[in-house]
Write a protein that binds this ligand. Sequence first.
Ligand SMILES: [Zn+2]
Length: 90
Amino acid sequence: MRQWLTKIRKQWHIEHNRCQSCGMPLMYDRNRLHTVYCSYCHDGKTFRQSLDLKGMRRKVRSLLLDRKAPSWIRVYMHWRLATLARWRQG
Ligand SMILES: [Zn+2]
């Protein structure tokens, strides 16, 4: 039971600390230059690439395919990207 709680707590932490542009867990980004965006998306002043949500979905999809991520993760991230701060306003 305690192991489960630890896992759930870790997952909760990941969900609440994803890059608000690409969805990458910020705990894996050691060079972060912005509070809510990862170093691949943001250099601390501006976004590195001007993408729309469609473009970002395409980029994340091919990244996940390269890493041979399970298909449910691709489906999840497709949905999850739309909930991130960078894409919510538009
Ligand atoms: Zn990012």
